[in-house]
Design a protein around this ligand. Structure first.
Ligand SMILES: [Zn+2]
Ligand SMILES: [Zn+2]
Length: 149
């Protein structure tokens, strides 16, 4: 399992790839030590190894730019060849996208510190990204509510 941990220093965008064999590394941006704590149960992921947060979500480890590019290009090809293939090109593209989707590995991400876990063991408690849960971890200090009670 490879864990990408983000630096917590203000305005530092550094991150480091850590693992059970190499649980600590300096931040490439500011030099702060980035480290994870392995759970006593071994390589299980019931809570974040970086911040201990129990809420994590799973997503496709697919660069979004690439994902959009594939869809745009494949849709363009399908339209270009639709007349020659009597629309069969659409079917081909759908199959291609489907295959691509299943080839892409999953990764697990912490709601609180955004640490990314690639190759994590499957955990049925971890579902897709949920805005409601994410909202609990979002910064709320700038929300302007009615002042005073
Ligand atoms: Zn840093
Ligand atoms: Zn975390």
């Amino acid at each position: 399992m490879i864990i990408r941990v983000w630096c917590e220093r203000d305005r530092c965008l550094g991150s480091a790839f850590l693992s059970g064999h190499e649980p600590q590394r300096p931040c490439p941006g500011c030099g702060d030590p980035l480290k994870i704590t392995l759970p006593p149960t071994g390589e299980t992921l019931d809570a974040c190894w970086n911040c201990g947060c129990p809420n994590l979500y799973v997503e496709k480890a697919f660069p979004q730019v690439l994902g959009c590019g594939v869809i745009v290009v494949s849709a363009g090809l399908a339209i270009a060849f639709a007349q020659k293939t009597w629309g069969l090109s659409f079917l081909g593209i759908i199959v291609l996208d489907f295959v691509l989707y299943f080839l892409i590995p999953m990764r697990t991400v912490c709601y609180k510190c955004c640490a990314e876990y690639t190759g994590a063991p499957k955990n049925d408690r971890q579902k897709g990204y949920d805005l409601l849960i994410a909202g609990k971890y979002a910064d709320t200090d700038d929300v302007g509510g009615p002042a005073g009670h």
